[in-house]
Design a protein around this ligand. Structure first.
Ligand SMILES: Nc1nc2c(ncn2[C@@H]2O[C@H](COP(=O)(O)OP(=O)(O)OP(=O)(O)O)[C@@H](O)[C@H]2O)c(=O)[nH]1
Length: 253
């Protein structure tokens, strides 16, 4: 059974900060956001976690293996080095969507994202070591079949972007609604999904749904592990098998 531990990361009072005392230069905001994402990717990633940038002012981490103390250290490190602070809320659930719902509720109960007095909230609990298993995290790595031949080498970069984003939009919606999985665009033509227990037939159905919906052809590799890093690496190898075998779906368990 999957037991995904997710962390909702939210920059504190960021909206007001971006316009106080007057609107800040957009290039500086873009630099801050991408540096914070890069730092969090290393801070969570060095402990086996994955971070997804979602909206940049809010991010989502798969944090299995990280304790609340690890989170406190990450929060302190960012607070010491950035002009903004961030709140962290950790939760687990029967599905990734359920875990994130709990994490977000904990944060919302602590105060608004634009509340001057709500700073560096650290809520929730991690999974105790004794309860960890190597089936806790299931990750699916989706990729557009021959994106280079069909789009990158044929269309303008913006028209390629539209095709990839439409595939992503259809995928993220269907995964969320039909399976309570959470899908994140990670660059190029790739989407990484954090999933509940799903089997090869479920993934075949997802790939077919996206094709019928928006005409984008996907292939997917799926892996499991006790940490995001292990599940994600197994998923990448499974995706390589799918490329080699010409199949839509390869599941590594
Ligand atoms: N984030 C991330 N991006 C990747 C990964 N693999 C490839 N990409 C990106 O995706 C782009 C397209 O590469 P591929 O998916 O290998 O190319 P393709 O033309 O779709 O060919 P096939 O996948 O073999 O059908 C690359 O230029 C990278 O930007 C990955 O594992 N992670």
């Amino acid at each position: 059974m999957t037991n995904t531990q997710l962390t909702h990361v939210q920059i504190d009072n960021y909206g007001p900060w971006t316009v106080t005392p007057e609107p800040r230069r957009e290039v500086d905001l873009q630099t801050l956001q991408s540096r914070l994402y890069a730092d969090l990717s290393q801070l969570f990633g060095n402990r086996g976690g994955y971070v997804f940038f979602t909206r940049f002012d809010n991010m989502i981490a798969v944090s299995n293996g990280l304790t609340i103390e690890d989170h406190a250290m990450i929060q302190e490190s960012v607070g010491n080095r950035y002009p903004v602070t961030m709140s962290l809320s950790v939760a687990t659930g029967t599905t990734p969507a359920a875990a994130l719902e709990t994490a977000t509720e904990q944060l919302q109960e602590a105060g608004s994202a634009q509340d001057k007095s709500r700073r560096e909230v650290l809520e929730g609990r991690h999974i105790d070591t004794e309860f960890r298993t190597d089936e806790d995290v299931q990750i699916a790595h989706f990729d557009v079949v021959d994106a280079t031949g069909k789009y990158t080498d044929k269309l303008s970069e913006f028209d390629t972007f539209i095709q990839i984003e439409q595939g992503y939009a259809a995928l993220m919606k269907y995964m969320r609604e039909a399976h309570e999985g959470l899908s994140f665009f990670v660059g190029g033509d790739n989407v990484i999904a954090v999933c509940p227990d799903m089997d090869a037939a479920d993934y075949q159905d997802v790939v077919e749904h996206v094709h019928d919906d928006v005409g984008v052809e996907l292939q997917v590799g799926v892996g499991r592990g006790s940490l995001a890093e292990e599940a994600g690496m197994a998923a990448k190898h499974a995706l390589e098998s799918s490329r080699a075998n010409g199949t839509d779906v390869e599941v590594d368990f």
